[in-house]
Ligand binder design. Structure first.
Ligand SMILES: Nc1nc2c(ncn2[C@@H]2O[C@H](COP(=O)(O)OP(=O)(O)OP(=O)(O)O)[C@@H](O)[C@H]2O)c(=O)[nH]1
Ligand SMILES: [Mg+2]
Length: 240
């Protein structure tokens, strides 16, 4: 699939403890599977020096760092990273920088898009074969409720997944306006991707670094859902 170039964006804020391992392992998945993949790390001037680690790695691996001046948010990081991606990439993706997402499904995601059958491949915890290895019950319930709330918008089971790859052409002319963490929800609701494939994977909670998810992000998710529902119900009043 060397003829199907793609770029995955990894937004980071204070991920120095694990970013080198993530970049090396992901680039190894690209190389071992003959994939023409590029990694874009979008770092928001992390005080722990995450950006400098990525700059060093870019001398030997297909990774580049986009440096932003301060903490500007996960979703805007993904959007800025897509704009920074090399123009030849036919697909653009997003992945967390804390190794929660299983990079071994990347070849299946690329294959789905390269085959022409799907315009979106989404790493999914909530289809057979997927799961969550080490989350407390409270967090599992929150995540399931969050997905249920979006069900009238989409048949996709894992709508809050932050791990996906979408055809670049599916984003053409689409205004993405995410409020919080959930760039995937915005893409699923607005992009023109045709068919989507959920690729199962088992989510692993971060083992290094600190979570940036907080109550505010849960509220942001509800606000974002509200905006998407009102755009569906009242198309002329909604965002273009
Ligand atoms: N560039 C940038 N990246 C961010 C920002 N906030 C979070 N991130 C990154 O986005 C990814 C997801 O954030 P996490 O803190 O792992 O959020 P989560 O996965 O929902 O929650 P935990 O896994 O419990 O930590 C990680 O790679 C973070 O470093 C931000 O403001 N700017
Ligand atoms: Mg995480």
């Amino acid at each position: 699939m060397a003829s199907f170039p793609f770029s995955f964006v990894v937004p980071t804020y204070n991920e120095a403890g694990g970013i080198e391992r993530l970049v090396r392992a992901t680039c190894e998945v690209f190389a071992k599977n003959g994939l023409d993949g590029e990694l874009i790390v979008v770092d928001d001037n992390s005080p722990d020096g995450t950006g400098a680690i990525v700059d060093r790695l870019s001398a030997e691996l297909p990774v580049r760092c986009l440096h932003r001046p301060g903490k500007l948010g996960l979703s805007s990081g993904v959007i800025d990273g897509w704009a920074f991606a090399r123009p030849e990439s036919l697909a653009l993706g997003a992945m967390d920088g804390d190794f929660s997402h299983d990079i071994s499904i990347i070849p299946a995601m690329v294959e789905a898009l390269a085959s022409g059958r799907y315009g979106l491949a989404i790493g999914s915890r909530y289809v057979p074969g997927g799961g969550i290895s080490n989350w407390p019950k409270r967090r599992i319930i929150t995540s399931r409720v969050a997905c249920m709330l979006a069900r009238p918008l989409t048949p996709i089971n894992d709508i809050t997944s932050g791990f996906f790859l979408v055809k670049r052409e599916a984003l053409a002319g689409v205004t993405l306006d995410p409020i919080g963490f959930k760039i995937g929800l915005e893409v699923v609701a607005k992009a023109h991707y045709g068919k989507a494939l959920e690729v199962p994977y088992v989510f692993t909670d971060r083992i290094v670094g600190e979570s940036k998810l907080n109550q505010k992000e849960i509220l942001n998710y509800l606000k974002q859902l509200g905006k998407l529902y009102s755009a569906r119900l009242f198309p002329r009043r909604g965002t273009p």
